[in-house]
Design a protein around this ligand. Structure first.
Ligand SMILES: [Zn+2]
Ligand SMILES: [Zn+2]
Length: 290
């Protein structure tokens, strides 16, 4: 896979070089063309290691050891520079992870893993707290209420920076929303979020198994794949075009799963916008899987 990503990278640089050489013929000096080529190569040679699908202890199926501190410690030891916090239908521990991770130079995409009406799992990320809160209100208004008495399906604690329990969510979080995938995608888009159908290759809750096809008109930033299959195999099996980016994530529920698989972001610097551009293969940014 590394060979493939390198050749993709080279091709992109060749294309960039070609575009610049045309500009150069149109009037720029040769020196400035070379300078600009070097600059472009340098800018886009930054690769950041990411795992965008990590649950905290808030998810009933996740280990209670999945505290923000433990997640950050493991992410750091795995060399991850970008992580996504994606509890089932809840964003409520994500900001705490983000705040703590900043001190360790790890960028956190804050969001959730949403269960659509069709029982497809999708990752949704937002840049700002107000967007995150608005999305949470949307999810809360649409979720099917299934009681989770005495942590029957697993405890669902929202915690504070001292790792003390602020709230135990009383209803079962992974329950399906009453909204379909397209309605949820439109909501995410209206909040300038990132939308990624998760583990599309998985038999349970994966888009291809649940729906058979990508619904026509559905907009998304990338497709997520599980740790079980390679990008190459998924592209071949489901006929996924190269213009659709694929990210591979661990879907960690236990500490030792974090960073088991990962995705490289080829971007200039880490920011929400740069990550979104890479997923959409814009301005020379792109992603490559492990
Ligand atoms: Zn899932
Ligand atoms: Zn998950």
């Amino acid at each position: 896979m590394k060979e493939k990503s390198n050749s993709q990278e080279e091709r992109k640089f060749e294309e960039t070089g070609h575009a610049l050489s045309i500009q150069q013929k149109e009037g720029n000096s040769r020196q400035s063309f070379e300078e600009r080529t070097v600059k472009t190569r340098h800018a886009l040679s930054q690769k950041y290691k990411a795992d965008l699908h990590i649950h905290t202890l808030l998810s009933p199926c996740a280990d209670l050891e999945m505290t923000p501190k433990n997640i950050i410690k493991k992410a750091k030891s795995e060399g991850l520079q970008i992580i996504g916090i994606t509890d089932h239908n809840s964003t409520k521990n994500a900001l705490l992870v983000k705040n703590l991770a900043e001190k360790e130079n790890i960028f956190v995409l804050t969001g959730a893993e949403v269960t659509t009406k069709e029982e497809v799992h999708c990752l949704a990320f937002f840049e700002f707290e107000n967007q995150l809160n608005e999305f949470q209100e949307f999810v809360d208004s649409k979720i099917t209420h299934i009681p989770n008495p005495d942590g029957h399906f697993g405890y669902q604690p929202v915690i504070d920076e001292k790792e003390e329990i602020k709230e135990l969510v009383p209803n079962y979080l992974p329950a399906a929303l009453k909204s379909g995938i397209t309605e949820i995608q439109i909501k995410v888009e209206s909040l300038n979020g990132i939308f990624i159908p998760a583990h599309v290759d998985r038999p349970a809750f994966g888009l291809f198994n649940q729906l058979g096809i990508i619904p026509p008109g559905l907009k998304f930033d990338a497709l997520g794949i599980s740790a079980n299959n390679s990008e190459k195999d998924v592209r071949k099996h489901y006929v996924v075009e190269n213009k659709i980016s694929i990210v591979q994530n661990s879907d960690s529920h236990f500490i030792n799963q974090i960073g088991k698989v990962y995705t490289f972001f080829n971007i200039e610097k880490i920011s929400f916008l740069e990550i979104k551009m890479a997923l959409n293969q814009q301005n020379g940014r792109f992603v490559s899987t492990s």
